[in-house]
Design a protein. Sequence first.
Length: 365
Amino acid sequence: MSYDVCLPNYSIGSDCYREIPHFARYYGTKAVVIGGKTAMAKAKPELEKALQGSAVTILDYLWFGGDSTYENGDALIANETVQQADIIFGVGGGRACDTSKYVADKLDKPLFTFPTVGSNCASVTAICVIYHPDGSFREYYYPKIAEHTFIHSGIIADSPYELLWAGIGDALSKEYEAVFSSKDDRLSHTPLMGVQLSRICTQPLLEYGEQALKACQAKQSDEALEQVVLDIIVSTGLVSNMTTQMPNYYYNASLAHCVYYGATVTKEGHHHLHGEIVALGVLCLLTYAHQLEERDRIMAFNARLGFPICFDDLEIEESEFALMADKAQTSTEWQFRPKDVTREAFIQCMREQNAAGRAYRNKKA
């Protein structure tokens, strides 16, 4: 069976936009920007400065619609300016990038992405999270990846602290989920590379995470911030691209994200950020896997950075765990779970982590 593996190309730095004309030379001269309103406002001066005197012109700046829905994407596909453009520039966070990926894929146009926050790896991945117009999760869509990603560390340093913080929490799951979800399988070349690459995703967060958050608070890019942003966007994105080939295998996420999906149907949990919930999900996964020493190491890191360590921190009651498990069972992550994972054991690992987190809090009080 033949298959394709497409890996991301990227530039990083506070002056990386100056490389746009070089990388655009094969794709055309007319670009349209699709993105979030705040993201486009921050990126516009840098984009126009970088393109001044070059052959590349921007036809227009278009809002992506506020959420990555098929409805918003289809409206952009029907837009005359989008149709006239040679290249699509996707600017913003995960949902703006996912919308841009969908539009570029459907129109078969080249795509450059410009992440303006360090909260996710959407700008480099071959997967889109698609929502219903009411904001509920709809499905995954699998587009081509961007031709190039431009990671402006200065713009990301100026982004909301909470988004980088949540990005660290989300990236924290990559190694543990990829290794756990693939543990029963004999891996072929590409997923084997992806799982092995996942093993470098945790240490940069533990080593540079605190300093990167301080840099973000100060609105200053430094080495720690760039190392963490590269981990969140590039390292985890590479793992995602190499561990996902539907419907054959999916090692990109597992029980930590099952906790997230479950939290979305609880009374208060859905108010919390994705990466915030996933950070607690990592502790649940390590509890499930009986890796208690590693769990305690990560729990100390979570506590230090303000991530949840028990469900009290997310205002989720243990009486809601059964509902969470029901929701988790509808996810792709559950469909591709290891053979030993059961609904009852999933609920039990959440109970055990809740007790462990409470005990840690009491010990430190």
